[in-house]
Design a protein around this ligand. Structure first.
Ligand code: 2RA
Length: 329
């Protein structure tokens, strides 16, 4: 099995390598792939140096699987070229997510939809993944009518340059501006570009992707996505209205039993999910579980996950693991 990691030099790329190593992902050959300016660079995997190769060379080597994290335009151009030589592409960009011919997969929810015919598989947006994973056990029990989500997103979601901007500002140094404003000691109600309807693209991703992953266009979703000066992960305040009433003790049980979800909910002892604790973890953490007393059948919850892990690298590696375990490769 030949595995390619495309975009191996980026923040998500290095996280993918870490997750592959931690999960002991089986392969015979590893191709580390990046844009022309990184070709020839050395990157270590499990203590062994690998030389970065270019995209055209990687296609000619026909890997069985390629995990892409190289941005939308690289995916648009190169994913079909890999697919043509038989590679299964698992793509982290937004390029294919809403394409009706491509599946948008969170393995714990809908990996069963995958078949051998799926050559380009889309990984959802980070803020969507952690929300739908925590909602899935409740959705299957009570049904969801409406979701109102507000996010508190880490600068790592923008990439290394954004982390550098925040750190330079913190150190009082001159910062290269990635955001339109200072990010340290600030909060930006602005993630990705504004759309004609006044929402940002990040907000629209949460709305559209949630419906696609749950295969349910009737679920109403509204979102406000916000960048905050933190690094460990994304946090989300979610207000969810179910079709049926719920029992809070049962909600806790369902969440505790859900794969990939950890309940941290002990307010008396100041226990609740925080990005500081979610950092480098594969799971999604849920807490502050409480009934919305202003409306029937409605729950408030707080969801935190490392956006580079379950929000990107972990989910992509899990898709590859599913494909391997189920004979799709
Ligand atoms: C963010 N949604 O945090 C992103 C990254 N995929 O900006």
């Amino acid at each position: 099995m030949k595995l390619a990691v495309v975009g191996a030099t980026g923040l998500v790329g290095s996280e993918i390598l870490e997750v592959l190593a931690e999960h002991n992902f089986p392969f015979d050959e590893l191709l580390l792939v990046a844009s022309e300016r990184s070709v020839g660079k050395q990157i270590d995997y499990k203590g062994k140096p690998y030389t970065v190769i270019g995209l055209a060379e990687a296609v000619s080597l026909k890997p069985e699987v390629a995990i892409f994290s190289a941005g939308g335009s690289t995916s648009t151009e190169w994913a079909p070229k890999f697919a043509e030589v038989g590679t299964i592409v698992i793509d982290n960009s937004s390029a294919w997510r809403m394409d009706p011919t491509k599946k948008l997969i969170v393995p714990e929810i809908n990996a069963k939809e995958l078949t051998k015919e799926d050559k380009i598989i889309a990984n959802p947006n980070c803020s969507t993944i952690q929300m739908v994973l925590a909602l899935e056990p409740l959705r299957s029990r009570y049904g969801i009518k409406r979701i109102v989500v507000s996010t508190y997103q880490s600068v790592t979601g923008t990439g290394k340059a954004a982390v550098d901007q925040m750190m330079a500002e913190r150190a009082g140094e001159k910062a290269e501006m990635v955001y339109p404003h200072k990010i340290d000691l600030n909060v930006l109600p602005h993630i990705d570009v504004f759309q004609e309807n006044g929402y940002t693209k990040e907000e629209m991703k949460m709305i559209k992707e949630t419906k696609k992953i749950f295969s349910d266009d009737t679920i109403q979703v509204t979102a406000t996505t916000v960048r905050i000066p933190t690094m460990g992960g994304h946090s989300e305040a979610v207000n969810v209205e179910f079709k049926e009433d719920f029992d809070l003790a049962e909600v806790r049980e369902l969440l505790s039993a859900a794969p990939g979800v950890i309940v941290q909910d002990d307010p008396a002892n100041n226990v609740y999910p925080m990005p500081l604790n979610a950092h480098k973890k594969d799971e999604v953490f849920v807490g502050r579980l409480r009934r919305d007393e202003s409306q029937a059948n409605t729950l408030n919850m707080w969801i935190v996950a490392d956006n580079l892990r379950k929000g990107a690298a972990t989910n992509a590696v899990q898709i590859a693991e599913y494909a391997l375990a189920n004979g799709l490769i």
